[in-house]
Design a protein around this ligand. Structure first.
Ligand code: FAD
Length: 106
């Protein structure tokens, strides 16, 4: 089986970075593609219990695919739910652009 921690770090890097560079206002087609990506993640993520948990979360809070800010917040919140489940510290979602796009201010 895959290394669940390395897989998780790589996947969160991909998801938060993708959200940080997602269009500020996404077109209907872009929104539909992002919904598909999120659904596919719940289908194919190669940690079966993580995938099952993620599918449940997606059912509870509908993905905000409207644009960059909403999507970044949505992934940040879902990641924080996993953090809490694993007894990790939660992340301040106000910092998500600094962490995943812009870097710290000069
Ligand atoms: P990670 O949690 O991987 O975080 C990487 C970096 O992201 C951190 O160093 C921090 O800089 C930043 N970060 C942290 N929180 C946030 C946030 N809320 N928003 C933005 N950036 C943040 N593991 C399990 O054991 N059980 C599960 O059920 C499980 N489900 C998962 C579901 C998904 C969809 C994914 C992608 C991963 C899942 N994982 C699960 C893996 C788990 O979330 C971690 O990736 C893994 O435990 C390694 O954690 P880490 O402490 O190295 O940092």
């Amino acid at each position: 089986p895959p290394d669940v921690n390395a897989l998780g770090r790589a996947t969160w890097t991909f998801l938060h970075t993708t959200a940080a560079y997602y269009p500020v206002r996404a077109t209907p087609e872009q929104q539909s593609s992002m919904r598909s990506l999120i659904q596919a993640l719940g289908t194919f993520y190669p940690c079966s219990w993580c995938a099952a948990d993620f599918r449940e979360r997606v059912k509870v809070v509908e993905p905000d695919v409207s644009g960059r800010a909403g999507l970044s917040k949505w992934f940040c919140d879902r990641h924080n739910e996993v953090n809490e489940n694993l007894g990790k510290e939660t992340f301040n979602c106000d910092m998500v652009m600094e962490r995943w796009k812009d870097g710290p201010p000069d």
